[in-house]
Unconditional design. Structure first.
Length: 270
């Protein structure tokens, strides 16, 4: 073999970009394993409730207005299953991109069973140990109620105490009274939006209604304090529905001022 040929045989090949789809790359097991995904971020309310008749998700926030959203505003319900130190957790992924903690603890398993009645097409089972959120320091563990027209739902039956509770107005907080009355009118409120959406299929936005309830339950002033819907006809219709509401006397004989946000999205009420 000539010196020239010897040099050609043992010369290093030119450096080339790695082909990650070549057989050698696919068989390469020297790569470090991927790190465990970090806990997903999420918002932590104080409490929430899901009503299977009114088809609403209500969220109580600390230091900011509470929200009542239609099921259409919920993209999916995520069940993060327990593994090691990670507990059972339940999340709502909203159309606006927020991920909200609904519940945490062993009771989540039963709550998922209850939710399958109304939200089976939205429930996603995450792999065990995946999708959990770290509880912020000082934040309370959110509580979740699953109701049917305001009555608390449990496995196998409705809670009798919850069924009779609405009759005892004095035992309910003013916030609970207001929420219950508004939910009774939610179908008509959605009707205001649905009529407009027939001509504007992409109509969407949040309407915040501000109203006052006197101690005797009479409705006082009602106004649209803000709206991203930008549809005056729907806003007037929503305001009219609030004006027709009747409340029982409020606990403590005190009047109440309320800001009530309602989110409308395409497909709401379908």
């Amino acid at each position: 073999m000539t010196p020239i040929l010897f040099a050609l045989l043992f010369a290093s090949p030119p450096t080339m970009a790695q082909d990650f789809f070549s057989l050698d790359s696919l068989l390469d097991d020297t790569a470090a394993p991927s790190a465990t995904p970090p806990p997903a971020s999420a918002a932590w309310p104080t409490a929430s409730s899901i009503d299977q008749v009114y088809k609403t998700l209500s969220i109580d926030w600390a230091g900011q207005p509470d929200e009542t959203l239609p099921f259409a505003a919920v993209t999916q319900i995520e069940h993060a299953r327990a593994m090691g130190d990670a507990p059972e957790e339940l999340f709502a992924l909203l159309q606006d991109g927020r991920r909200v903690v609904l519940a945490r603890g062993p009771q989540v398993v039963d709550q998922v069973r209850l939710l399958r009645t109304a939200l089976a097409n939205k429930i996603v089972e995450l792999p065990a140990g995946i999708g959990h959120s770290e509880q912020p320091t000082g934040a309370p563990t959110p509580s979740l109620k699953i109701t049917v027209a305001g009555a608390l739902l449990s496995l196998g039956k409705l809670s009798s105490s919850a069924v009779t509770a609405p009759k005892k107005t004095g035992e309910a907080t003013p916030k609970q009274v207001v929420r219950r009355v508004v939910k009774m009118h939610m179908d008509k409120i959605r009707g205001c939006y649905q009529r407009a959406a027939q001509e504007q299929p992409q109509l969407a936005g949040k309407v915040v209604v501000r109203f006052e309830v006197a101690a005797n339950g009479q409705m006082g002033s009602v106004s649209i304090s803000s709206s991203s819907l930008n549809d005056p006809g729907t806003e007037r219709c929503v305001r009219q529905q609030f004006l027709m509401m009747k409340f029982p006397p409020l606990k403590g004989n005190a009047s109440l001022a309320v800001s009530y946000p309602i989110v409308f999205t395409p497909g709401d009420g379908d």
